[in-house]
Design a protein around this ligand. Structure first.
Ligand code: SF4
Ligand code: SF4
Length: 193
């Protein structure tokens, strides 16, 4: 059952809001003469930190608009002492087509390697729609405009790593039948250490 009030109460409340809004001074944003003060986590453009990208393809697969284009090749890295050479993915192409992007941020969420970031920069309109395809160099340049991460919320939950570390530190030592450190075997010939 709804709240039974004085007849016309809702109308009066509504009109009061209208009156308040009508008498409030309006603020016109003076853009482009005055740059807007955007929240630091505004979704302007996506920046790529190329050295963090492992070419795992998760971002491209998760993008609902299919507007991330990635090409790569494998390179052999010979590690001294290793039995076999290692394989490494080398990024040849990483493009985002901002004419298709809907700024959902799924690619940034999906990246397990912190290679993608939001930048609040939004002034990259083009006369030719094809120029909205930003290649990896262009995406890399946006990194300079990525704001530092916000400070931790003092009332927030501690990070999982922190709680795990605290729990580990609080747990009693290993079972008694296993020595904490392996027994030190004396060096043949003896040492003076
Ligand atoms: S923000 Fe969304 S639409 Fe844009 S590239 Fe990322 S996943 Fe695709
Ligand atoms: S999800 Fe991250 S690491 Fe994987 S391809 Fe995309 S940007 Fe690179």
């Amino acid at each position: 059952m709804g709240h039974m009030g004085v007849p016309g109460e809702g109308l009066a409340k509504g009109l009061a809001v209208t009156l308040k809004t009508m008498t409030r001074r309006s603020h016109t944003q003076q853009y482009p003469d005055v740059a807007p003060e955007l929240p630091p986590r505004s979704r302007g453009v996506i920046a790529l930190l190329e050295e963090n990208c492992t070419v795992c393809m998760l971002c491209a697969r998760e993008c609902p608009d299919w507007c991330i284009y990635i090409d790569s090749h494998k390179e052999e890295v010979v590690v001294p002492g290793a039995t076999r050479p290692r394989q490494r993915n080398v990024l040849d192409r990483f493009d985002i087509d901002f004419s298709l992007c809907m700024y959902c941020g799924i690619c940034i969420e999906a990246c397990p390697f912190d290679a993608l970031y939001w930048s609040p920069e939004f002034e990259y309109a083009e006369y030719d729609i094809r120029d909205l395809l930003h290649d990896k160099d262009h995406l890399g340049e946006w990194m300079a405009t990525v704001p530092p991460p916000p400070a931790h919320d003092p009332n927030g939950e501690p990070a999982k790593e922190e709680t795990a570390a605290a729990r580990k530190a609080a747990t009693p030592a290993r079972p008694v039948d296993r020595p904490a450190t392996p027994p030190v075997r004396p060096e043949p010939g003896g040492g003076d250490a």
